[in-house]
Design a protein around this ligand. Sequence first.
Ligand SMILES: Cc1cc2nc3c(=O)[nH]c(=O)nc-3n(C[C@H](O)[C@H](O)[C@H](O)COP(=O)(O)OP(=O)(O)OC[C@H]3O[C@@H](n4cnc5c(N)ncnc54)[C@H](O)[C@@H]3O)c2cc1C
Length: 339
Amino acid sequence: MQAQAESPRAIYALIHTGPAMAAADYAPLETASALARRCQGSAHALLVGAAPQAAIDRARELGLDTVWVVSAGAAPEPLQSQQLADIFAASLAREGPVGHAPDSLFLVAAGPAGEELAGRLAARLKAVPLGKCKHFEFDAAGRMSVQRAAFGGRLDMTLACRRGPFVAAVRKLDDAAQGQPQDSHATAVCHISPAVPLRPAYPASATARAEQQASLDGAKLVVAGGRGMGGADGFAALYELAARLEGAVGASLPAIDAGWAPVARQVGQSGKYVAPEIYLAIGISGTPQHMAGIAPHTRIIAVNKDPDAGIFQAAQIGVVADWQEFLPALISAWDGAPH
Ligand SMILES: Cc1cc2nc3c(=O)[nH]c(=O)nc-3n(C[C@H](O)[C@H](O)[C@H](O)COP(=O)(O)OP(=O)(O)OC[C@H]3O[C@@H](n4cnc5c(N)ncnc54)[C@H](O)[C@@H]3O)c2cc1C
């Protein structure tokens, strides 16, 4: 296989600027900027959706080379992943060096929708799908390797990426230098409207969530429970505590499977990725599949009756206790304290 990068690597952040954006949706921009600096390549963004301005501003702050904005008329919301993949692929074929740059790297935001989009895009671009990547390295010759989890998070593997192009799903990189604004760089913003015949959307309907509790998305504090909560009563106590602390309730997969909390509250590899300041984990053993859903910078407080529970290794504060004693005591101490 060919190993040598012949021209500066082009890195593309592909973003669906839909009606409801979360901070994590901009991760491809930050990653593209950081990686381009590391490999002395170029960073570009392609935005599709009705609300591109925040992404344009962020791309300018990060000093991306080019931002292509697909005009809103070309992409009426709601867009499904197969339609997004068509629009991205057509726009790249028109504006980008697809097919001419075997080492190009296309980045989408990690998450269920992003990972589906990544697979569809890889098929359309005849690119190598790298999956959800945590870490990127470039050697002196410009060759890239990526690190990603495998076997349900049980091990990390490093992929030597020889001949692309490549598509990767990314979260915010755990790299201190990423996301730093660049001052001396003018970003070219181009508006384009590639005529793409949109394939019909799959029939889909949205049901409003009955839950009125604080959402996990963007929560600064998460109070999460696992199998050790023993039942819905245990989760009722978690909701009580979360309401007092203005936090959101999260849950491990077994707690979701048991019906103690709705599926939207699952944290972990096959659930949500959360990045609160504090994660209070109660009755959770701390398996890699659960921990994969918690950002590296989050501080963990673990409550578990087993002093050998694995979660204590990841926790900044560990409390060996039965939650049935600990939680009521904590709630009553909170209620008795001046606020
Ligand atoms: C492909 C794949 C994807 C997965 N995705 C996810 C995912 O997204 N999220 C996820 O969470 N899991 C996921 N899992 C499941 C994962 O492997 C574990 O089974 C799960 O994380 C364990 O959940 P838990 O910690 O709640 O339960 P357990 O491992 O059973 O731990 C329960 C803990 O509660 C403690 N405890 C019991 N009673 C009390 C008490 N009274 N007071 C205090 N502590 C008590 C116990 O000591 C124990 O440590 C996935 C698995 C696979 C194979």
